[in-house]
Structure formats: structure tokens, C-alpha cells
Design a protein around this ligand. Structure first.
Ligand SMILES: N[C@@H](CCC(=O)N[C@@H](CS)C(=O)NCC(=O)O)C(=O)O
Length: 198
């Protein structure tokens, strides 16, 4: 049985949304970061970073929200959350799935801290570039791979919702608003929101 280690109002949201989309049976293990539960010796064996989300599935264990998306979508192809490895769309899927932790996350931290980094040195270029590129891609819609909803939308949609609607670190744009609305209209997103509220 899949076990998801999660905390309310945290980056656990994307893993909850993913598992709600998957239709798979899973158990939620509350690991409340406000109590320090994420630093317990038992939890550190699952994620030595002491951060949620993390997931175990039999002998498999992993952390990192985007890796959890990739793991579940590949381990359980019946969930149809990723293009098959032989499908040419797989390439763009991987690009956008990795774009979330590699570019969106650091861009958000840059906006938050006002950190100055030369664009040629920063792996994400600049926050402006990240959100311009994402804007252009999302204008094509409805999902990041066009008609096919995938785990990449869970990674990107969760981050964008936090950035644009919750923390308002990123100014709204028509493509972002329309995409977040489409994500929020999904029943699995709505169930995840209720769960993640704690
Ligand atoms: N890179 C990780 C980041 C996870 C993360 O930052 N989790 C935060 C909550 S949003 C956390 O567990 N913070 C508690 C702590 O660091 O003590 C991922 O993408 O899953």
C-alpha cells in the first residue's frame, strides 16, 4: 500500500492531488511540519532532507514532489498520468515535469528574496524568463502537453496556484488564470484542497 507522508498547507499538495487523480488506494501519514515530525529519526530514514512530501510503496521510498509525480505515473501506467516511454510526447512531458523544480521553484525563491544572479549563471535564467516561457506554452493549452493532462500539469499547476493565487508572488496573466481555473475545476484538485487544508 502506498503511504504518503504529508503536512497541511505545504508542498505536499501536489502529491495529494496526484494520488487523488490516480485513483490508487493510499494511506496518508500526517507528518506535521509545525511539530517537527519531519525531523524524527524514522522520517529521516525516508527523506534525509527532513521535508515533506515523501512516499513509500512496499520497499520503494522517495521524496521530492516532482519525483513522486514521475514515480507514481510510471509505476502505475494504468493511471494514464504520463505518456508512454515510447511516445514522442514523453520528451516534452519530462521537460515540463523537470521545469517545475528546476526553473519555477528557484524563480519563485528569487522573486521572494530579490536575489540577483547573472542570467547566464542561473540555471533558471531569470524569473521573468521562466514565467514568459511558461506563459507562451500555456497559451496553447489546455494542458502543458496540449490535450493530454499529465503529472507534469500537477507539478506545474500546484506551483503556479501557490505563486499566483495563494502567495501572489507572480502577477496573474490570462494564460495563468485560465490554466489554474482548469486545474481547480478537476474533482481530484478539489478533494486535494480539502485534504491539504488539514
Ligand atoms: N524539494 C522539495 C521541497 C519540500 C519542502 O520544501 N517541504 C517543506 C514544506 S513546503 C518542508 O517540509 N519544510 C519543513 C522543514 O524544512 O523543516 C520538494 O519539491 O518536495
Amino acid at each position: 500500500m502506498i503511504k504518503l507522508y504529508w503536512s497541511p498547507r505545504s508542498r505536499s499538495f501536489s502529491a495529494i492531488w496526484l494520488l487523488e487523480e490516480s485513483g490508487l488506494a493510499y494511506e496518508r501519514v500526517l507528518t506535521d511540519i509545525s511539530t517537527g515530525a519531519q525531523k524524527s529519526p524514522d522520517f529521516l530514514k525516508i527523506n534525509p532532507m527532513g521535508k515533506v512530501p515523501a512516499l513509500t510503496d512496499g520497499d520503494a521510498r522517495l521524496a521530492e514532489a516532482a519525483a513522486i509525480c514521475a514515480y507514481v505515473a510510471d509505476r502505475y501506467p494504468e493511471t494514464k498520468l504520463a505518456p508512454a516511454t515510447t511516445d514522442p510526447k514523453r520528451a516534452r512531458y519530462l521537460q515540463w515535469l523537470f521545469f517545475s523544480p528546476s526553473c519555477i521553484e528557484p524563480a519563485l525563491i528569487q522573486l521572494f528574496t530579490k536575489l540577483e544572479v547573472p542570467t547566464s549563471t542561473a540555471a533558471w535564467g531569470s524569473a521573468a524568463q521562466v514565467f514568459d516561457v511558461l506563459d507562451a506554452e500555456l497559451q496553447k493549452g489546455p494542458w502543458i502537453l496540449g490535450d493530454q493532462f499529465s503529472a507534469a500539469d500537477i507539478a506545474i499547476g500546484s506551483g503556479l496556484n501557490f505563486a499566483v493565487r495563494i502567495f501572489k508572488t507572480v502577477p496573474a496573466r490570462p494564460s495563468f488564470d485560465a490554466y489554474i481555473d482548469r486545474c481547480m475545476a478537476r474533482p481530484a484538485f478539489q478533494r486535494a484542497e480539502k485534504i491539504a487544508a488539514g
